[in-house]
Each structure stands twice: as C-alpha cells, then as structure tokens.
Design a protein around this ligand. Structure first.
Ligand code: DX5
Ligand code: ZN
Length: 217
C-alpha cells in the first residue's frame, strides 16, 4: 500500500515571500517540505544552501526533506542536520563510499535516502537497500523545475518496489520531477509513497487545494 505522502518543492516558491509560502505548506495536507540544494557542479544550476534551510526550519511545522544535488555531500552531513533536515537525500552518482555516507546520515539522527538519476538502474541499490529509509527516483534530469516527466520512471518504480518488498519493506519510494495529477496517479499505482511537486503546486491557482488533491490521486 502506498503511503500517499506529498512533498512540495520550494524550488518553485516565490523567494520574495518564502515565509508565506512555507506558511501555506504548513496549512496544507503536505507531509514534508522538499528542499533542493544545487551546487552548480553536480547539476548545471545553483539554487540555495544552508542559510535558507535554517530560515525555512524556523517557520516550518513539517519535516524538511532535503535533496542534495551536490558533490562531496559527506562534508556537509552534520551541517544539514544542524540546519534542520529530517530526511537527507544524497545522489548515488555523487557518492564513492555510499555505505559510509548512509551510516553517517543515520548516525546524525536523520533518515537516509539515496537518489538515482534517470539513467542509473535501480539494481545498483541491491546491496544497500537494506540500509535505506527512502529511495528517490528522479523523473527528470536534476537541476531545474518545470521539466517534462520521463516515462521510463514507471518501470523503474515497479522494479524498485519488488526489490523493496523482498529486502526492506519499510523503505519508501519518492519520485521527483514533472509530477502532476496524471503522472502522480500512475506513480502511486506503480508503488510510489512520496510525490514531490514543485511547479505544479506553486504554479496552480490554489496551491493548498492542489496539495490536498495530490494526496488523493
Ligand atoms: C529538480 C528538483 C525538483 C524540482 C521539481 O532538480 O530536484 O525537486 O523542484 O520540479 P517540478 O515538480 O516542477 O518538476
Ligand atoms: Zn528535488
């Protein structure tokens, strides 16, 4: 059974009034606040970093789901914990010693999650899945909001779901990129637990209503 959780991505928020957008998420049925940290090296874009996460944490009443699109994430694990992260996601492609990284995230009291780029096969997680609290599948190439959903993601979700059922049934599946009512519904049917949505939520006329409806797709 899918957990049916929703994590609005503040990458598409209005940074002139970020506090109000966080307050909107507080008032909504959202489960997490998804924070996209980009370093301009791992991905071809730079978003925001630690001071913004600290600011969001002060206002937020929901756990921060922090998605690190950065090289050398190990260097910053303690810093993101101190800034307020509850879930910390690192990219498979950015971690040479992934087992150590996951251990460090957990030792710092956070849920540990690994993200796969669209080209990275899920079978590469076979020997680490037992240690993970969540797997994040990118359904666009990371770096920007508002991109087109990659259809192959449904297959990846189904493969990952089988692996999780066999090896670690408590591990959640999250999908990020191009999520809307249509793709969200198919993702939930395929076995996804957490839908990340940025432009679809913040570009809608009534974001609170959109978040509520995403939980019911
Ligand atoms: C993309 C980010 C996403 C982004 C999703 O690199 O990881 O979280 O905010 O944006 P949408 O929902 O607009 O595709
Ligand atoms: Zn993200």
């Amino acid at each position: 059974m899918s957990k049916r959780l929703v994590a609005p991505s503040i990458l598409s928020a209005d940074f002139n009034r970020l506090g109000e957008d966080i307050e909107m998420i507080n008032q909504s049925d959202a489960d997490y606040i998804h924070c996209d940290v980009m370093d301009g090296v791992f991905v071809p874009n730079i978003s925001f970093g630690i001071p913004i996460i600290q600011h969001v944490k002060k206002v937020a009443t929901k756990p921060l789901d922090v998605h690190l699109m950065i090289v050398n994430p190990d260097q910053y694990i303690e810093t993101f914990k101190a800034a307020g992260a509850s879930i910390l996601t690192v990219h498979y492609e950015a971690c040479t010693h992934l087992h150590r990284t996951i251990g460090n995230i957990k030792a710092n009291g956070m849920k540990a999650s690994v993200c796969l780029n669209p080209h990275t096969p899920v079978h590469l997680l076979e020997d680490i899945i037992g240690d993970l609290d969540m797997v994040l599948l990118m359904s666009v190439n990371p770096g920007f909001g508002g991109q087109k959903f990659i259809e192959n993601t449904y297959d990846k979700v189904r493969k990952l779901k089988k692996m999780i059922e066999a090896k670690n049934p408590d591990c959640l599946i999250e999908v990020d990129g191009g999520v809307n009512f249509e793709t969200g519904k198919k993702l939930i049917e395929a076995g996804v637990d957490v839908l990340v949505a940025g432009s679809f939520v913040f570009g809608s006329d009534d974001p609170i209503d959109t978040i509520g409806k995403l939980k019911l797709v």
